[in-house]
Design a protein around this ligand. Structure first.
Ligand SMILES: Cc1cc2nc3c(=O)[nH]c(=O)nc-3n(C[C@H](O)[C@H](O)[C@H](O)COP(=O)(O)O)c2cc1C
Length: 239
């Protein structure tokens, strides 16, 4: 399929053929493609869970409120954000960068790249009980706003969460397009009980569920209506 054909063929499918042959390896391959998605600062604060255990699948279907997409899916994938892993990932990026710079006289650009993971990521992601880190970020943003200098408005925990979900959703999109290119259908879902799913996956408190993805061979009746979008002129602008 060409890229255009993949985009046009992908639909959210809510009923799957439960007797159809389903190759789990395609899910693995699509997840391996998903990890190549663009993501904020290459921090990769995400995890993808391929639910293969029958009891766990039943529990996830229940958490998805028995939606038909989840109930009839051959497989369910859970896209998770992991803010708690920021220190680990910053260190990983820093080590990679240091390896690339080994034996080289560091330029200003190289030093800035190292400081990005040494100083900027801690500034973005630190959260403390007293809210001191948030106050520091607020102060920096307020100062830049006063002097009319551009700055990323990443202050609160809510801002951090948005950033993480953006990256994770891009991975979910890569996954859906990959699955379609291999002849499989998907349905992204946010209709689920997050507390239940976190319990099933034994996730820590600040991990969040971005999406649950149903996968399988869609039945024609699994597409509930023809595809509609508001007119391009309402959402695409040239300025
Ligand atoms: C973040 C997100 C959450 C969604 N949640 C659900 C859901 O819980 N159940 C469902 O049946 N469809 C869900 N959908 C699918 C949308 O309804 C669907 O993408 C939209 O109607 C456009 O249709 P299309 O995907 O076939 O182009 C979700 C889609 C996204 C992107």
């Amino acid at each position: 399929m060409t890229f255009d054909q993949i985009i046009n063929a992908r639909r959210s499918v809510r009923i799957y053929d439960e007797n159809a042959q389903f190759d789990s390896k395609i899910v693995t391959k699509s997840l391996e493609r998903a990890v190549l998605s663009a993501n904020s600062s290459n921090m990769q604060l995400w995890e993808f869970y391929q639910v293969s255990n029958e009891d766990k699948k039943k529990a996830v279907v229940k958490a998805c409120m028995h939606q038909s997409a989840a109930r009839t899916a051959s497989e369910l994938i859970i896209f998770v954000t992991r803010q708690d892993k920021w220190k680990e990932r910053a260190r990983w990026n820093l080590a990679n960068m240091q390896k690339q710079f080994e034996g080289k006289t560091l330029t200003g650009k190289d030093k800035r790249a190292l400081n990005y993971y040494k100083k900027l990521m801690p500034l973005f992601y630190t959260n403390d009980f007293l809210g001191i880190a948030t106050l520091i970020r607020f102060g920096i943003v307020a100062y830049h706003t006063i002097i009319n200098k551009p700055i990323i408005h990443l202050v609160s925990h809510a801002d951090q969460r948005v950033s993480l979900h953006k990256s994770c959703a891009l991975a979910a999109q890569t996954f859906m397009l990959s699955m379609k290119s291999e002849g499989y259908d998907t349905c992204p879902m946010e209709g689920f009980d997050e507390r239940m799913i976190k319990k099933i996956l034994h996730l820590p408190a600040n991990a969040e569920i971005c999406m649950v993805m149903a996968c399988g061979i869609g039945k024609p009746e699994g597409i509930y209506s023809s595809r509609t979008r508001v007119d391009n002129s309402e959402v695409i602008f040239r300025i």
